[in-house]
Ligand binder design. Structure first.
Ligand SMILES: [Mn+2]
Length: 351
């Protein structure tokens, strides 16, 4: 029995909406979902498991119809889904009355129940609220241990159905298909998988994003692996600036970095190190080289010894004397920023 396990698609969210590369980021979440359906069909999976937070907020009926339309493209795959803490079955939720296609199994129960999907039992429940601190998965009893049993769940932190994969493994499921935490987490000791968000949704979600592909043998043994699938990835990187660097050499360092990792990806780049006292970066221009958020953390390359010698009789000299030999980051920052402020003030007075 082959399956594809995905979670946390967060359709309806618009990541990076105010960034130049973010204009169509909401549409890209849908595009990747559609591509996943095509992939599922191509892989001839028996089961597509969607472990919650398909939507970022309450879905509209039109959006559910759109999702069901895509599910109809699956010629042999059955779909099982639950609502997570972002799209719970609130009183007015469109999930409550929606009529899914016959091969789609939405588990809308507020308690964990088994649902027969082909030859397989899938256990699961839907959130009815944005939090649920109860450890609801700990006490499940499998009704038919001779069949293939899968647990489709959502949560894992203290406010969302806390659990330990090693404990859940004792319940006897062939596979524990979870969602909620956006970073992929596949256990190598128990049959547990958290695919993470299908597309990364903000700069904290660096690393690869995708789905879990697996197979369960007739004996109930599960093998599975992570498949990278997202359209874009986030990278948080550092570029070291040397006193001899110029705006053009920094431009080239940025271009080297993003061409190596892929220009379609999104970067937060910290400029570190020291820059020449006359060099001011044109941040907008450098950011426009790609999908880049640039954070200038460089310090000016002052010659503190020479400055001190020239200013022993004034405030700048006293200031440098007090700080120049200190090694902690805060003192160094204070030394650079204070020196710049004092030099600017002194230039103003002379002018
Ligand atoms: Mn969640």
């Amino acid at each position: 029995m082959k399956f594809i396990h995905v979670a946390d698609l967060h359709l309806g969210m618009h990541p990076d909406a105010n960034k130049p590369w973010g204009k169509n980021r909401d549409q890209e979440l849908w595009d990747t979902f559609e591509r996943l359906i095509e992939k599922t069909e191509e892989e001839k999976a028996d089961l597509l498991l969607i472990a919650g937070d398909l939507f970022h907020r309450q879905p509209m009926i039109s959006e559910l119809r759109q999702v069901d339309y895509l599910f109809q493209k699956l010629s042999r795959t059955k779909v099982v889904l639950i609502a997570g803490n972002h799209d719970p079955l609130t009183k007015d939720s469109a999930y409550r009355s929606f009529a899914w296609s016959d091969h789609v199994f939405f588990i809308g129960s507020d308690k964990v129940i088994p649902v027969k999907v082909g030859d397989v039992w899938v256990y699961g429940f839907s959130y009815y609220d944005s939090t649920n601190p109860n450890p609801v998965y700990d006490t499940i009893e499998i009704q038919d241990p001779s069949a293939i049993n899968i647990l489709l769940g959502h949560g894992g932190d203290v406010n969302h159905c806390p659990f330990q994969p090693e404990e859940l493994a004792k319940l006897g499921f062939s596979y524990l298909a979870f969602g909620h935490i956006h970073k992929p987490d596949l256990s190598s000791t128990v049959p547990y998988g958290m695919p993470g968000s299908l597309e990364p949704l903000d700069i904290t979600e660096t690393g690869l994003h995708g789905y879990i592909q697996g197979e369960i043998s007739e004996e109930g043994i599960c093998t599975y692996s992570f498949q990278a699938f997202s359209k874009r990835s986030y990278f948080e990187e550092e570029i070291l600036c040397e006193p001899y660097d110029t705006e053009l050499s920094i431009r080239d360092k940025i271009l080297d970095l993003i061409s190596m990792e892929g220009i379609e990806n999104i970067y937060k780049i910290h400029l570190k190190g020291h820059r020449d006292v006359d060099l001011e970066f044109d941040i907008d221009k450098l950011q426009s080289l790609g999908n880049i958020l640039l954070v200038d953390e460089t310090l000016l390359d002052y010659d503190f010894e020479a400055l001190y010698q020239m200013n022993q009789d004034n405030l700048l000299g006293l200031f440098i004397r007090d700080l120049k030999d200190k090694e902690d980051e805060l003192s160094k920052q204070a030394l650079y920023l204070g020196t710049r402020a004092l030099l600017t003030a002194m230039e103003g007075r002379e002018g």
